[in-house]
Design a protein around this ligand. Structure first.
Ligand SMILES: [Zn+2]
Length: 159
């Protein structure tokens, strides 16, 4: 049973400033450490607690962290030029949630192109193809169809 616990990987969420908090499942000791050097690597680390237990941790970087926003944008259905205005409620490296300003028939699985302007100094424009994952009245949740590549512009914004 001890072995099973040893092999179980612990997910560690990396917060702001690239600091991760690991909690030892054996004694409850909490340790914070800087993981800047592991950034953008899906890295599994072996940690050893002061109680002598060691365990595996996988780092979850905040590219999956959702940033609350209030950004203007619009979307189009692929192949249809009409633009529908939206307010983007949150953004992550994986997708966005937005509210439609006007009612529009949107279904789960619809493919859209979303264009939004970030509220950074450069007013960076982000253009993404997304798939609708949830549609609840005017609230729509989407994930980016290209999740393989790390978006540097968004990465910078989400820092
Ligand atoms: Zn411990």
């Amino acid at each position: 049973m001890e072995d099973a616990q040893e092999k179980k990987k612990i997910k560690v969420f990396v917060g702001k400033n690239n600091r991760a908090t690991v909690i030892c499942h054996s004694c409850g000791h909490t340790k914070q450490f800087d993981v800047t050097k592991f950034r953008n690597l899906n890295k599994t680390l072996r940690c050893r607690c002061k109680c002598g237990k060691s365990f595996l941790c996988t780092l979850e970087f905040r590219q999956y962290f959702r940033k609350k926003t209030k950004l203007n944008g619009h979307f189009t259905f692929l192949g249809d030029p009409s633009q529908h205005k939206i307010i983007v409620n949150d953004v992550s490296q994986k997708g966005i949630n937005f509210s439609m300003l006007t009612g529009c028939d949107i279904k789960i699985g619809d493919m859209l192109e979303v264009i939004l302007t970030l509220d950074d100094a450069n007013k960076t424009v982000i253009r993404k193809q997304v798939e609708v994952k949830s549609a609840n009245d005017r609230l729509v949740g989407c994930c980016f169809t290209d999740t393989q590549s790390y978006d540097k512009k968004l990465g910078f914004y989400l820092r």
